[in-house]
Write a protein that binds this ligand. Sequence first.
Ligand code: NAD
Ligand code: ZN
Length: 358
Amino acid sequence: MKFKNFPMVPRVIFGAGSFKQLGEILLPKRKSSDTPVIYLVDAIFENQEISKQIPVLFSDQIIYVSTDEEPKTEQVDALVSLLKTNYPELPAAIVGIGGGSILDLAKAVAIMLTNKGKAEDYQGWDLVKNPAIYHVGVPTLSGTGAEVSRTAVLSGPEKKLGINSDYTPFDQVVLDPDLTINVEKDQWFYTGMDCFIHCIESLNGTYLNAFSQSYGEKALDLCKEVFLEDIDSSSARDKLMMASWHGGMSIAYSQVGVAHAISYGLSHVLGIKHGIGNCLVFQYLEEFYPEGVALFSKMMDKHNIILPKGICKNLSENQLNTMIKVAMAMTPLWENALGANWQDTITESKLKSIYKKI
Ligand code: NAD
Ligand code: ZN
């Protein structure tokens, strides 16, 4: 057996209000007044309090990015080309401020500034040759674990796949739970459930080991506190941010499972976003995760979440077949969930019957 030797985020600051320290964190990384810090910020924060607190100095630039759609390889290429045209030198830092979409975008831009070609050339495992620009992640939405992970998930012309490399993880993460104060309830739930589902899939997978279990169990306990108990909102924000971190660490050394595999199909064909896509699928996975689905239903009830219905009702045969193909191709996810003989359980007709329910 060959063991993975993977990098972790070397520096993290945690606490409500810690975002105010971003300026002092960046200061030693600044080389001259001509080498800017580039802030990639979710467009939702334009003219908001968070933007006023961004420590802009000298030639720094804030670039607001819409997250109506999840990040794309061509978007990364366009940003890299813009930065190379606008500045004679490489930036001193790339700072991503937003949810999983912006965090992944920031990681990818930091990599592509120092690596030739297009972002799509690096979708896969360990294809990145040169270290990235120093990059900082500031999550404003908790759940994906993108702040700790070794991947930057991008949709490319051919596939939705991450840039998985040792150069992908952030050099610095700022965990300020107050930045998540204004997240809408449904979005809070969907992205929070991404974390919950990471835990269930990791803890019930065949790849499980003590490393993943220790993080997964902690994350699951935190999710239960946040989504099933009556705790005050400030503690809930703190705990969900740490649940996201631990959930991400748990899957780093194992893998996700059935919900993610099926949800990738939904996202590929219909552009359904990661968090809600996982929820749409997970509700029908009692056969695979009975306890997890029971907890999920309780959480939905407690927070009065109503998921949309009939998403796959009017799909053409062609679309359904593409979804099935995309889901089936997620071999490591199925292997983790069901073992080497996963194809005994997961057939095209099985997947079709699940998609038809959604
Ligand atoms: P997101 O970043 O797409 O944001 C969802 C919505 O929430 C957007 O409308 C955004 O504007 C809004 N939002 C974010 N922060 C807010 C705030 N503080 N207040 C109000 N609104 C806010 O959502 P997400 O679920 O965090 O991320 C999904 C993305 O993460 C997908 O692209 C998925 O592929 C990726 N992902 C990556 C990893 C990884 O390890 N790299 C893991 C899981 C998911
Ligand atoms: Zn996920």
